[in-house]
Design a protein. Structure first.
Lengths: 336, 369, 336, 369
């Protein structure tokens, strides 16, 4: 076990993947000499060479499209998108090619591409640097989508994503890059908890709180705070956003009867809607109250002075927990 | 700014073999037999096109994108390739597919709607048709980067149209190909039209000139001259194989038919234009050449005719005889590993189908109850 | 009142918009001389000239990006995307520019762009020609999204979309293009039912069936069929997909206590999830059963021979109605 | 293939005015007074950059993208524009913004994070900074199409970097501009770096040569020579105004500072390179020219210094004194018409805030309870 930052834990996972499989190849803008704007690929080009860790020209569609070609040729490309807001120029290649080629070719062509995306807000950046675009991809059949919340998972899941024969969007909560945690680099990604499994990170009995990526920490803090008031929150770290491990969420909700989902992305059509709808379908008669969504608003990501109003914080989550519990909350007395 | 370049041409529309010191050496192995064989392929491919169009008219295919008029561009380039080269084409390169050895039934599969695409790309080293305009040029470039990493000397070849040159992807592909000096050949079939849009709307200057701005050498070839196309393609392949990086080929040709069987070109183009191009027909030209050379014997003609007819029969019977897919097939190959979301939907749909006596009723819009 | 096809009704609406406002300008691939691959713009270039009805080079991002520039200059561009599956190259310009410019400039720059998208399946086409990408846009703040289900709405709403100072995605159900209906071309789009309002198209008491675009017809047929069995379905045509007119849906569900939502798009993260989650939030205690989603599957749009299995048909919808009603259905006996 | 072109240069790095028959006429109106005024702008802009960088270091700005070294490219072009021309730039053209008359406080607004952008584009005919690389080139092209439709003779000018030339959007913008012969000027500031990536990774050949492949004439100018930049820009503007369509200008310059204040260029570039370019400093060059001309009097120097200092003070006080936005402002201007989804969220959030005694607690990650 080693103490390391989130960013370093990914770096170490990438290094292992590069070591274990000569077909793994990293591509992106500024990932080589610079080691990435967040230093996640620091030192890798030096150690593996410019053919394994490739600084590409500045064109996201091309990065993705050439990754497709490399996958055709038997490579396992790991693509870095520099910031969440810069993934859209590659959207066509992701949605129409990466996601569909396995289906199109009846399984003949595999697309074991991992797309690393630093995502989410809270770092005081200008526009396009704090987005949470995951719902676009969870709604895209053919893709797998994961997000990690702690250094150990970051380390293990990046390796699992690269090992997967399916394309994987790997969302990195950039505001947690500097958080430290214990990482056991000896864990075998093949026998570790599969990347499509959720994990109960705090057990509880009163309400189920579902979070992923950057908000898992906030959710855990909320659980701690609530415990002081005698409220027992069960926190689930989804880890896999597509598919969601509903078995785990369902088991929890059958126990608690109440569900709160939280994410930074805007509410309407966000992943929270999908979780709320599916859990309602699966355990309607166990629900005491309607699932509650505590999310970003339906606005473009706002300027940094106000971003903390957009981002679900501990208090907003606790207010949502109160709503789920039928306790007094900010909307008490409102109809519906 | 660009200047008008002459087309590379080795055979005139009248079938005269003209000498071209630079490109002649690249086809010096094409003797009488080879010429006849090229003639055969051209003829067969046109016959395939006719048959597929007929199958579409008869309701056996949902759609077909004819390549009428573009046979020489496809055969000349397709036959220049080595087996270990890899092709990434658009929907129109069915002639190239034939040259790569794609099974005739497989060619029709996607247009009949029994599968999303027709063949295993690795079995013939050719990706199945790309519909998103230009997307495949990036795939070819990436594949070529892989070839380079592997230290191999094969080449990735990508086909696309004149309209495609306007798409960002095609331009980005050139950026990457040039930057990495990847062994890729950009083969642009300038057939003068992108559905109803004339090539002039995409570019005021010659398409081949686009490449120079990326530092990529280009060739502008008479796309209706099978020998010239072959020579130009070989030059490009050779350069790529020997570390010389990408080449851009503009094959100047003409789409003599509609864009697809769903299109009506009389709405937007002049009959005269078609006539002009009919005079430059790629097959008549080789026929004339063979005639001049005294090679167009009855025997050859008969042989080619028979081959074309048998291919057409095979195509037709393969197409019509193709088994329909099973309903539950739609869930296959979305992922290569189990996926809980989809598995559940698949299970539910199986139960749904099972709840019917007659499963056909389940899919009609009008309903079975 | 005139009998006309769906496609012709849009054409006539476009014509009116071109006539009424010299700043309206149509752009797209093959929309001029050809009149569009579906002939929706037939005759408009001839009558309004090549500067008002512009055949553009083949590049979707550029079509969208130049529309943004034209909007900056005071124009009201109406962009045609030839088929649903070809909108993705323009995704970046839509999501990062069209949707955000009004916010970015604090209201100084308006983006009155209408993006026409023939969408949905059922026409026997190859890949990329039958997609339902609406959820990508309903989750994008700053955009309005509408879909029409009949010639009259097609005619009126296209004019409303063009009149709107906000960007509007206008999804045209291409398999209904040839359907005919009465159209009153005299209706003033400014006084007609606003485009962000849903409409109850069939009144009923037992279950609320929410549909939009191509499936409104199917939903109405389902209501007719169910009536024979004594089941009274209230069919709501959403019309506006973002925002959804929840007031109308809520009022219906408070009455019926049951909700079925249907769309062609894949289920996970589709608009059905959003509708189910929001309605559950708003009237949980009025719901007798969990909202049911009858949708396309989480697969790339399949090859045409099997597309009718993917598309929700009348029988699948009725099976979902049975589920909502707690009547025997294909999943009877299954847990959850 | 392209050949290396000489840079258009009117003033050498040593400050010598050299004659250039083709471009001299375009700056013949630039007399002593104008030269001094250019010198002033260059100096002021550098001072702005220094001040903003300091403000960032002091935590008053979240980020700042320095333009150190690129002053001449921005002033030379910015001052060539007419008021009714319209600029679409990237994040780095704060010098151009200054030339357009953008208020100093407005320039810092977005970097302080009090707004998504700083000013009303119509008040100065300049769009606010574009962060998505290359996206603005299409906006300029569309705007130019609008100018054309209006029968006006203004011009849209778009600024972007060397790295941006790899993006599909920039290439598509050239396709459209060429196809419609739109009055747009593509101004590429080739500052040799795209964050850590050298320009050679984007293109092996000169950036200016990209344009020829689209049928767009290009000019390659010494971007550190304010007169040459002005002359080249005027040539391009004049062509656009008179129906000659688009022009591409490559201004060859150098980013002497980091990419942004968050960047550490020592990780990827050589100190020697910086030294070489310091010798071509755009301001020293004008200073030397003024000196040679005997114009660099104490009075001028004092005046320019004072101006720069007063601008810096204004910038600083404007930035620091800027009021913070109100929490509920985040809901404003998403739509121009009411939206039921957002209205509800806004209402709920107002209730939520009202539920707190101290609203600040509501936004802390740690929570207030
Ligand atoms: C991204 C995208 N946009 C639009 C289309 C619709 N479309 C299909 S073919 C075509 C014209 C293509 O012209 P060209 O590239 O010249 O190839 P050709 O059909 O002439 O072989 C268009 C616009 C598409 N398939 N993909
Ligand atoms: C679409 C997109 N991709 C990536 C980025 C991240 N990024 C910001 S600036 C930059 C480099 C731009 O280089 P260049 O175009 O040369 O302009 P310069 O910064 O040198 O002025 C990159 C990669 C971005 N802002 N947008
Ligand atoms: Mg064409
Ligand atoms: Mg640069």
């Amino acid at each position: 076990m080693t103490q390391m930052t989130f960013a370093r834990a990914i770096n170490s996972g990438l290094r292992k993947s590069l070591e274990n499989d000569p077909k793994v190849i990293l591509m992106g803008e500024d990932i080589g000499t610079l080691g990435g704007v967040f230093r996640v690929t620091d030192g890798l080009q030096k150690d593996f060479g410019t053919h394994r860790v490739v600084d590409t020209p500045l064109a996201e569609s091309a990065i993705m499209g050439t990754a497709v070609g490399l996958a055709y040729r038997g490579y396992r490309p790991v693509v870095e998108i520099q910031f969440d807001g810069f993934i859209y120029p590659a959207f066509d290649q992701i949605v129409s090619q990466v996601a569909k080629l396995h289906y199109r070719t009846q399984g003949a062509v595999k697309m074991p591409i991992t797309i690393r995306v630093p995502f989410g807000g809270g770092i005081g950046s200008p526009e396009h640097h704090s987005e949470s675009p995951e719902a676009y991809f969870t709604h895209t059949s053919g893709l797998r989508v994961v997000s990690v919340s702690n250094p150990q998972d970051a380390h293990t899941v990046i390796q699992q994503a690269i090992l997967s024969d399916d394309p994987v969007l790997y969302f990195e909560p950039k505001r947690r890059y500097h958080d430290k945690g214990e990482v056991d680099e000896g864990i075998d990604p093949r026998t570790a908890l599969p990347m499509d499994s959720a994990r109960v990170v705090t057990e509880g009995t009163d309400v189920t709180l579902v979070a992923y990526g950057p908000l898992v920490k906030t959710a855990k803090d909320a659980a701690t705070a609530a415990a002081d008031e005698g409220i027992s929150i069960e926190v689930i770290d989804l880890r896999s956003l597509a598919p969601v491990d509903y078995a785990t969420v369902e088991a929890s909700v059958r126990k608690t009867g109440r569900l709160v989902v939280t994410h930074e992305a805007g509410q309407s059509g966000g992943l929270g809607a999908e979780v709320a709808a599916s859990i309602t379908e699966r355990c309607f008669y166990h629900l005491e109250t309607a699932p509650v969504r505590i999310t970003g608003f339906d606005i473009p990501y706002p300027y940094s002075k106000l971003e903390m109003h957009h981002l679900p914080g501990l208090d907003r989550i606790l207010d949502g927990v109160d709503r789920a519990l039928g306790r007094p909350n900010s909307l008490s007395g409102l109809e519906g | 700014m660009s200047t008008d370049r002459n087309l590379i041409q080795l055979v005139t529309p009248a079938g005269e073999r003209i000498s071209h010191p630079e490109f002649d050496p690249w086809v010096k192995d094409i003797g009488d037999e080879q010429l006849c064989s090229l003639y055969e392929d051209l003829t067969v491919i046109r016959r395939i096109d006719v048959e597929a169009t007929a199958l579409q008219r008869q309701g056996e295919l949902g759609l077909w994108p004819p390549l009428l008029g573009q046979e020489a561009a496809q055969v000349g380039s397709g036959r220049a390739l080595r087996e270990d080269d890899f092709v990434f084409s658009s929907y129109r390169e069915n002639g190239v597919a034939y040259c790569r050895g794609v099974d005739l039934t497989d060619i029709t599969r996607v247009w009949r709607g029994t599968a999303s695409s027709g063949w295993d790309p690795y079995s013939v080293n050719m990706a199945t048709p790309q519909i998103i305009i230009g997307a495949q040029t990036l795939h070819a470039t990436g594949y070529a980067m892989g070839i380079q990493n592997d230290g191999a000397d094969s080449v990735a070849v990508t086909y696309f149209g004149d309209g495609a040159t306007s798409e960002g992807d095609v331009n980005e592909a050139m950026v990457f190909a040039a930057s990495f000096q990847a062994p890729v050949v950009f083969f642009c079939s300038n057939n003068h039209w992108a559905i109803s849009e004339p090539v002039r709307l995409q570019s005021h200057i010659q398409i081949a000139d686009r490449a120079s701005g990326f530092g990529i050498p280009s060739l502008r070839v008479d796309g209706n001259d099978v020998l010239a196309v072959m020579a130009a393609t070989r030059v490009a392949l050779d350069r790529a194989r020997h570390g010389g990086g990408p080449t851009f080929i503009e094959a100047v040709t003409y789409r003599m038919g509609p864009h697809t069987t769903a299109d009506d070109p009389t709405r937007y183009r002049d009959a005269n234009e078609l006539e002009d191009w009919a005079a430059k027909d790629p097959i008549l030209r080789v026929k004339a050449l063979l005639e001049r050379k005294g090679l167009l014997t009855d025997e050859v003609q008969q042989h080619v005719h028979n081959k074309a007819e048998s291919v057409a029969r095979e195509l037709r019977s393969g197409c019509i005889g193709m088994p329909d897919p099973e309903p539950m097939d739609i869930f296959k190959h979305v992922y290569s590993e189990p996926n809980s979301w989809l598995d559940r939907q698949q299970d539910h749909y199986a139960r749904y189908l099972a709840s019917f006596g007659d499963p056909a009723g389940a899919t009609s819009e009008e309903g079975a109850r």
